[in-house]
Design a binder for this molecule. Structure first.
Ligand code: MG
Length: 392
């Protein structure tokens, strides 16, 4: 069954643009893909005009050939833009393949090993950057049934923190821990901020709390720096959201410097490529916790992946606490209940996009170019508010 046409739509929020692709087959079947690309939404939308020859007229079932067209046949070295564009098309193809087979996608990639997927909350800390405010916000996460939460308390820290900022950051972590107790898993996000010695000092200061992991302690492509941190802490280390292809993960695995890998399905080539990365991770006894900062399609695609993974750990979720309106971009939304995602049923992803809703919430533009406000988390100490006041 050949792909007849496609369209691209962007849903805007104060800090993230969610880009959707809707592909249409010759028989009228529709499939959906989605990604959030910080700072380059206009580039991504334009890229889809560039690669029309790789999409229209090709058989939707030929996933490996799709990957080959986007990567090898265009030569150069695929990076964030190419691997994200490819991932979005690939996701939409899987949605169509499932619908044509009248099967949920997970049944076509190995079948499920679990019925529900544990979730952790992100984007919940949108008050002031104080221990008291973070503790109060964390209690709301707990009240909603989550048993895991993630946060970056480090302000705009870069390489090193001042003594004052170090103490404040540790105080925020300790306040959250005191507020929610040991039954809530704390995931400490470092956003690749630190020089190894600083990350090690922070890790030692919070080891008594036993967080689930520390994430991206150093710049994510400096595997030597991450290795040094791993040699000096007992805390599990997670990384991988900014690795865009299997070759970068290949270089990471044999160093055994991380315990959890976080591929972002929407940015590293799609569902099948992420499944391959996860399968290789399993051979190194590593867990997989996909990075998920998207809306309904990103979330359901990762759920379909996660139920098939023997080494799947937990899935990230923003949309209960940040830009909640993005849930209305499609239905049924895969809600988190008692700390677990419920997997949609039905063929393909099992959800339908509301294209009119997306069109009614366009991104900001200037001179016809899509703006990406982003978070500026290395310059703005209040980035944790994620501009949520603009949603009011
Ligand atoms: Mg992260």
């Amino acid at each position: 069954m050949k792909i007849k046409d496609y369209q691209v739509l962007v849903l805007g929020t104060p800090w993230r643009n969610l880009t959707y692709i809707i592909i249409e087959l010759e028989d009228g079947t529709f499939g959906y893909g989605e990604a959030r690309m910080l700072g380059k939404t206009q580039t991504l939308v334009t890229y889809f005009a560039d690669v029309r020859r790789h999409i229209v007229g090709h058989d939707v079932h030929d996933i490996e050939a799709l990957y080959r067209r986007f990567t090898l046949l265009d030569y150069a070295c695929p990076g964030e833009v190419v691997m994200t564009g490819l991932a979005m098309v690939e996701m939409a193809c899987w949605d169509c393949i499932g619908k044509l087979a009248n099967r949920p996608v997970y049944q076509l990639i190995g079948g499920k090993v679990r019925d529900k997927v544990p979730a952790y909350a992100n984007g919940w800390y949108t008050g002031d950057r104080t221990p008291e405010s973070f503790a109060a916000c964390a209690k709301k996460v707990q009240a909603k049934g989550y048993r895991g939460l993630k946060f970056d308390p480090f302000g705009s820290g870069d390489f090193e923190l001042t003594r004052e900022e170090f103490n404040k950051s540790i105080a925020i972590i300790e306040a959250v821990h005191a507020a929610v107790g040991d039954t809530m898993g704390l995931h400490i996000e470092m956003h690749g901020r630190f020089a190894p010695h600083q990350a090690i000092q922070i890790a030692k200061a919070i080891e008594h709390i036993q967080p689930v992991w520390i994430e991206e302690p150093c710049r994510p492509t400096d595997l030597g720096a991450i290795t040094k941190v791993a040699q000096h802490t007992s805390l599990p280390i997670a990384t991988g959201e900014r690795l865009y292809n299997s070759h970068q993960f290949r270089d990471l695995f044999p160093l055994r410097c991380v315990d959890i890998v976080q591929p972002d399905l929407t940015q590293c080539g799609g569902l099948l490529e992420t499944k391959k990365i996860a399968a290789t991770a399993e051979t190194y006894n590593l867990m997989v916790a996909p990075h998920n900062v998207g809306g309904i399609i990103s979330t359901v695609a990762m759920l379909h992946l996660m139920v098939t993974l023997r080494n799947g750990k937990i899935l990230e979720h923003f949309n209960d606490f940040s830009d909640e309106f993005v849930k209305k971009a499609g239905s049924p939304y895969p809600e988190v209940i008692d700390g677990y995602f419920q997997l949609p049923t039905g063929p393909g992803w099992g959800v339908t996009l509301d294209l009119d809703f997306i069109r009614r919430h366009p991104p900001q533009t200037a001179n016809g170019v899509i703006l990406d406000p982003g978070l500026n988390m290395f310059a703005n100490t209040a980035w944790n508010k994620r501009s949520q006041h603009l949603n009011k």
